[in-house]
Ligand binder design. Structure first.
Ligand code: NAD
Ligand code: TDX
Length: 332
């Protein structure tokens, strides 16, 4: 039984991991989360009190991080500024949290000799051509496009350097686009679902031919747990579930599943520097660690996600108006 420190555990994927681990293992979890606009206490309700604690604080606060890491066996680092559109508007919190925050975490695990797992993204590899059969793998060179993805790439390189230079006991995973319950309404899939629920039209950037490789957040969590249990120190694992879809087809699927005509959406301004296609080859995770995703149908997972947003209006309405006001400012 381990005591796990989870940074960013009040966000979308971190909170999924907390629920996933507490319902399947005897481990204890302490979440360190700043509760930025993206963090939500309501994503952490219904957990066993004796095995769970939320500490509200910043991963850049070295004294706080030092004390929490000293008291833990394992650190799983999800905390980040995560939204590309925000990073194009104001990169500064991305540099602070994603780079200085990760550095602060690394110094603490180095000092206390603790196991560290760093959560990262496939966006560090840049993008692929639309009709290229190639997918990202563990040896694809780094080529990030946005302030968000470049700060995540920088954080990955810090972890690699701390492993090589200081023998920090770390692993890294780079995952593709996640979907599922508890995702902030600024992100593509929840934005469209909640637009429809609120009587507004979905918004497609540019032509919508851009491809994302979708994976359910539960499958991301099961992969991270597998890496913690069986991964090799110093290694990187790519996490994906063969979920490539272009944005236009996802908007049309959401409209259809919600009983609307597939044409009832708006084209809006494209994102500057918009990455064309992401695609993950997760052979290593399958062959070396025996991991398999549980969600085999994107449509079934999407339908369950739509049902969740329909059933939890209080969770998402908190952020909806402010998010759409920000998009109006950006012309998207
Ligand atoms: P999110 O924005 O939903 O959650 C981020 C969480 O981190 C929030 O709870 C926020 O309050 C917290 N946080 C932000 N700055 C902090 C700070 N300085 N100190 C402490 N807490 C802070 O993000 P997400 O989508 O859940 O992503 C989580 C991680 O997974 C990120 O590292 C992201 O790069 C990575 N990732 C995300 C995806 C995806 O599709 N969303 C895919 C691959 C990897
Ligand atoms: O309203 C929209 N309309 C639209 O067409 C929004 C919000 C997005 N899009 C497009 C842009 C992307 O091609 O949908 C795609 C997905 O957009 P996001 O949800 O913003 O995700 P993306 O930029 O692909 O990044 C996500 O996956 C990788 C996460 O936000 C990152 O944290 C993760 O690292």
């Amino acid at each position: 039984m381990a005591r796990i420190l989870v940074t960013g555990g009040a966000g979308f994927i971190g909170s999924n991991f907390v629920h996933f681990v507490l319902s399947r293992t005897p481990h204890t979890i302490v979440v360190l989360d700043k509760l930025t606009y993206a963090g939500n206490r309501e994503s952490l309700t219904g957990l066993p009190e004796e095995r769970f604690q939320l500490v509200v604080g910043d991963i850049c606060d070295a004294a706080l991080v030092d004390a929490l890491v000293a008291d833990s066996d394992i650190v799983v680092h999800y905390a980040a500024e995560s939204h590309n559109d925000n990073s194009l508007h104001d990169p500064s919190p991305f540099v602070e949290t994603n780079l200085i925050g990760t550095y602060t975490m690394l110094e603490a695990v180095r000092k206390h000799g603790k196991r560290f797992h760093h959560i990262s993204t496939d966006e560090v590899y840049g993008d692929l051509d639309l009709n290229d059969p190639v997918r990202f793998n563990e040896s694809t060179p780094y080529n990030p496009s946005s302030p968000y993805s470049s700060t995540k790439a920088g954080s990955d390189l810090l972890v690699r350097a701390w492993v090589r230079s200081f023998d920090v006991q770390a692993t890294i995973s780079n995952c593709s686009n996640n979907y599922g319950p508890f995702q902030h309404v600024e992100k593509f899939i929840p934005r469209q679902i909640t637009n429809i629920l609120a009587g507004q039209r979905p918004k497609l950037y540019g032509t919508g031919e851009n491809v994302r490789d979708w994976i359910h957040a539960d499958d991301h969590s099961s992969a991270v747990l597998t890496i913690l249990e069986k991964g090799t120190i110093g290694e990187t694992y790519l996490i994906g579930a063969n979920g490539e879809k272009n944005n236009k087809s996802v908007i049309e699927m959401i409209l259809r599943l919600m009983g609307h005509d597939e044409t009832e959406y708006d084209h809006v301004n494209d994102r500057p520097g918009h990455d064309l296609r992401y695609a993950i080859d997760s052979t290593r995770l399958h062959e070396e660690l025996g991991w398999e995703p549980a969600y085999t149908s994107f449509e079934d997972g999407l339908l369950a996600t739509i049902d969740w947003y329909r059933a939890h209006p209080l969770w998402w309405q908190r952020d909806k108006a402010a998010t759409e006001a920000r998009y109006t400012e950006l012309g998207r």
